[in-house]
Write a protein that binds this ligand. Structure first.
Ligand SMILES: [Zn+2]
Length: 304
């Protein structure tokens, strides 16, 4: 049987069919109907029909969404496709498709994709993080997503920044209502805010982002370099916390910040100062599948 993965995004819905060995048999993407819950479900169903007609085979179905199903209510929560929030997405889709499906959030699908046949394919315990406008995290153990009774395993973005320095307290206000969350420091907007705070005299009106900062640092801009050094220390502390609890073999870094290559060298040089061990064998690695991790991970939800 083929494995069908669907990645439900705010602007597009991507579908893929994988063979049992992970070969891509079929791939198609469509636009996401805007603010239309029923229309979105119908589009997913049509995409699956198209894939099954194209491959001539019926498949298992896994779906990657930005939000997660509440274990208390079964309703979608925290999705940036807001029309999905508060809806029984799993049961509605199962009714529509007349079969069992599996749903996971994007960070879990990312971690699973890399753990099954990506950069962490030889690792038993994988922590996957997606750092862009937010900071999502997921845990995969022996190629299975760890969900947990609260469906929150791996979501460390709203823990406080560990081992804070005096100047980092109380930390920036977070949309979740607290201060100093890891997300407020490590997200793309977080590093830009930190750079502007330390360099108000240099601040110009050109829009800045993390990639531009990285480019400036590579060209020898010492202010951008200092910002990245502060960032690397904060990322090292945040990941050291995870290593102390979970002790993963591999941490995979996805999202926009995963494109900043120096992090893979510099962060592991620092995290030993914070991990309660004489050695740190955990590896920090770049993903193999990048933007395709969501849709591939969705297909792999039926790996077992
Ligand atoms: Zn927060």
């Amino acid at each position: 049987m083929i494995k069908i993965g669907i990645d439900l995004g705010g602007t597009k819905i991507e579908g893929i069919a994988l063979s049992d060995t992970g070969n891509e048999l079929y791939c198609h993407r469509i636009s996401t109907p805007q603010d239309d819950y029923q229309g979105t479900l119908q589009s997913i169903a049509e995409l699956i029909s198209l894939i099954e007609a194209g491959t001539g085979k019926k498949g298992s179905i896994g779906i990657c969404t930005p939000g997660a199903l509440s274990p208390a209510t079964g309703l979608m929560r925290n999705s940036n496709s807001v029309c999905m929030n508060g809806k029984p997405v799993l049961t509605d889709l199962q009714d529509l498709l007349q079969r069992e499906i599996r749903i996971a959030n994007d960070a879990n699908c990312f971690a699973l994709s890399e753990a099954v046949d990506g950069v962490a394919k030889d690792a038993a315990v994988v922590f996957g993080v997606i750092i862009g406008t937010g900071t999502g995290g997921g845990v995969v153990i022996d190629k299975k997503v760890l969900v947990g009774p609260n469906a929150i395993a791996g979501e460390w973005g709203h823990n406080p920044l560990p081992w804070p320095q005096d100047v980092e307290l109380p930390g920036p206000e977070c949309y979740c209502g607290k201060h100093g969350c890891i997300e407020t420091w490590l997200s793309g907007p977080g590093i830009v805010r930190d750079h502007e705070l330390h360099n108000s005299a240099l601040f110009d009106t050109r829009p800045l982002d993390a990639e531009t900062l990285d480019g400036k640092a590579r060209l020898g801009d010492e202010y951008a370099n200092e910002t990245l050094q502060r960032y690397e220390d904060r990322m090292a502390r945040s990941l050291a916390h995870v290593i102390n609890i979970l002790d993963p073999d591999v941490i995979v870094l996805g999202g926009g910040m995963g494109n900043i290559k120096r992090l893979y060298d510099n962060v592991p040089k620092i995290w030993g100062d914070y991990v309660f061990s004489d050695v740190v064998n955990t590896k920090l690695l770049a993903p193999v599948y990048g933007d395709s991790s969501g849709v591939r991970g969705a297909a792999w939800l039926w790996n077992s």
